[in-house]
Design a protein around this ligand. Sequence first.
Ligand SMILES: Cc1cc2nc3c(=O)[nH]c(=O)nc-3n(C[C@H](O)[C@H](O)[C@H](O)COP(=O)(O)OP(=O)(O)OC[C@H]3O[C@@H](n4cnc5c(N)ncnc54)[C@H](O)[C@@H]3O)c2cc1C
Ligand SMILES: *[C@@H]1O[C@H](CO)[C@@H](O)[C@H](O)[C@H]1NC(C)=O
Ligand SMILES: *[C@@H]1O[C@H](CO)[C@@H](O)[C@H](O)[C@H]1NC(C)=O
Ligand SMILES: *[C@@H]1O[C@H](CO)[C@@H](O)[C@H](O)[C@H]1NC(C)=O
Ligand SMILES: *[C@@H]1O[C@H](CO)[C@@H](O)[C@H](O)[C@H]1NC(C)=O
Ligand SMILES: *[C@@H]1O[C@H](CO)[C@@H](O)[C@H](O)[C@H]1NC(C)=O
Ligand SMILES: *[C@@H]1O[C@H](CO)[C@@H](O)[C@H](O)[C@H]1NC(C)=O
Ligand SMILES: *[C@@H]1O[C@H](CO)[C@@H](O)[C@H](O)[C@H]1NC(C)=O
Ligand SMILES: *[C@@H]1O[C@H](CO)[C@@H](O)[C@H](O)[C@H]1NC(C)=O
Length: 534
Amino acid sequence: MNIQAPYSLLNLIVVVNFLLVLRAGQLLSLNTKNNDSDFLDCLIHNSDDPGSISRVIYSPNNSSYTSVLQSSINNLRFTSPTTPKPRFILTPVHESQIQTLVYCSKKHGLEIRTRSGGHDFEGLSYVSQLPFVILDLKNLKFVTVDIQTATAWVQAGATLGELYYGIAQKTQNLGFPGGVWYALGLGGHVSGGGYGAMMRKYGLAADNVIDAQFINVHGKILDRSSMGEDLFWAVRGGGGSSFGIILSWKIKLVPVPETVTVFAVDRTLEQNLTKIIYKWQYVAPNIDKDLDIRVLMFSVVNPSTGNRTIRATFDTLFLGGVDRLLALMQEEFPELGLTREDCTEMSWIEAVVIGSSFTNGEPLEILLNRTAMPKNSFKGKSDFATNPISEDGFEGIWRFYNDQIEAGMALLVFTPYGGTMDEIPESAIPFPHRRGSLYMIEYLVAWDGNETSPHISWIRRLYNYMSSYVSTSPRTAYLNYNDLDLGVGKTYAEANDTWGSSYFKNNFNRLVKVKTMVDPGNFFKHEQSIPPRF
Ligand SMILES: Cc1cc2nc3c(=O)[nH]c(=O)nc-3n(C[C@H](O)[C@H](O)[C@H](O)COP(=O)(O)OP(=O)(O)OC[C@H]3O[C@@H](n4cnc5c(N)ncnc54)[C@H](O)[C@@H]3O)c2cc1C
Ligand SMILES: *[C@@H]1O[C@H](CO)[C@@H](O)[C@H](O)[C@H]1NC(C)=O
Ligand SMILES: *[C@@H]1O[C@H](CO)[C@@H](O)[C@H](O)[C@H]1NC(C)=O
Ligand SMILES: *[C@@H]1O[C@H](CO)[C@@H](O)[C@H](O)[C@H]1NC(C)=O
Ligand SMILES: *[C@@H]1O[C@H](CO)[C@@H](O)[C@H](O)[C@H]1NC(C)=O
Ligand SMILES: *[C@@H]1O[C@H](CO)[C@@H](O)[C@H](O)[C@H]1NC(C)=O
Ligand SMILES: *[C@@H]1O[C@H](CO)[C@@H](O)[C@H](O)[C@H]1NC(C)=O
Ligand SMILES: *[C@@H]1O[C@H](CO)[C@@H](O)[C@H](O)[C@H]1NC(C)=O
Ligand SMILES: *[C@@H]1O[C@H](CO)[C@@H](O)[C@H](O)[C@H]1NC(C)=O
């Protein structure tokens, strides 16, 4: 007895353990299998048209899963084998399929990541550390333009190119002040603010939204009047993905002249770039609202010396003809030395094509091709300049760009503010960067392949160097250039001390109130989503 007891006890333990292991293993595999097929069953049983929903749901078992997943990943940094992959991808063709998805994802504990154009800087629309499903809106892309009222309804899965093209099919006299890059999705771009070459005249894309269709955490479809002004305020610049799913926007179109003028003039350090750009800081934010002069800076090899230099492109849209432009530039910015030969008159829609780095004369249909441009891996950051940078300050920036190997393909972009941006109150929508911002700074480093660290540490050092030249307490940033280096704090206090204030300044508190009201259980969440607070 005395000998046997421990022995059999041991035996028992071993057997029980074995059983437990077996059970757990079985349960685990049964569970994954079961809950994956349970989830599919849930979708099918709660769908008006089960046949149709099963044609738009992909699991890793489907042969096209990988191509659907990658089709709108725009940052190849998030295509490595170690990047977490979704359990499912849904590409709905009808709104009711999204309502079904919300219901079943909650029931089965899957997170939803909503993807429109897939340009998120940190991949948040298609990567999560928790079990998740991608809601990819690429099939919901109707654009309905009404020139009588100068408005349009546009579905969230449409691209800016599809919107701009749709407007131009109907009229040459209207446009929309959205982003420069044609392939951005309306869902993410507009809900994060959205600026382009007409920002100084007409504000942001989000400033020009007048209604929206939205699905909340209960799967209900709301419009502006049924969602109420607080939620309608929040989704115009506060980021849609903290609150629910944007189905479509009703936007106000803006007048554009039949003839606009564009130029892209290059200057290098040998051509007094430092002095010109120093002056640009005083000119570009204060000049006529019809004129938007962005500066894009790169490091290049000067072919005549063989040495590296900085080349800046002064990339410009002017809402008017060349004569008025030349007079304005001669008066306010003679240092650039602009000539008539540098300028081309064209229609607004042709300027849109050029703005997306296509060459002049491409057919407008290029705007409908979402994959016309090559992709790479990148890391981006942003700042707002509240005071001009000194010439010495610029010399310091150039030194970073001469560090050619680590900089990879590095780009620095200055986008002038002022004009209408100064006139809109900071609290009009969640996007708070208005009066007092001279220009926005975008830092970008891109590379081929997946050796990320030298490039990312380079851009962090540059960002650190810039701290004495830009906004402080808080150091502000643009939500659409989201940057997880700003923090991934989950609690109210952590978020408020870091990214919450950077993206939203004093508007953060109102966003938290809206979140607490519409999604207290925090179903719609990601690394930098607005936290609820009680
Ligand atoms: C090459 C490039 C050029 C850019 N140029 C500009 C520019 O000129 N101007 C500018 O302002 N910005 C620009 N951006 C930034 C761009 O505005 C943001 O990346 C924007 O979020 C992209 O929207 P998306 O729908 O394409 O991205 P997605 O990755 O699909 O979405 C971005 C975020 O929005 C959420 N989201 C997307 N759709 C919905 C929806 N329907 N409902 C709720 N939440 C949703 C996602 O979950 C994610 O959090 C550029 C980015 C890149 C990569
Ligand atoms: C399925 O089961 C696994 C293991 O128990 C769990 O981690 C997961 O969250 C469950 N749900 C889904 C939808 O996969
Ligand atoms: C994928 O295929 C495996 C093997 O055939 C199966 O066990 C699993 O249930 C399938 N998953 C889904 C989501 O259909
Ligand atoms: C993916 O596979 C499942 C199971 O075989 C099937 O029901 C579904 O229709 C497939 N999805 C697509 C988009 O073909
Ligand atoms: C990096 O790229 C190489 C070459 O394409 C590939 O073999 C490797 O698996 C990649 N590594 C990661 C972590 O993605
Ligand atoms: C640069 O500036 C100097 C002095 O301000 C001037 O003499 C010179 O011509 C300028 N160079 C160019 C290329 O404009
Ligand atoms: C090129 O750079 C080298 C090293 O910095 C310098 O000595 C040389 O004068 C430069 N050449 C020209 C033409 O600027
Ligand atoms: C879109 O552009 C890519 C790259 O130029 C090209 O390969 C593809 O054929 C184009 N697609 C369409 C539909 O024109
Ligand atoms: C939130 O952050 C702002 C700006 O950093 C700060 O002024 C404010 O006191 C903070 N609020 C709370 C409640 O912590």
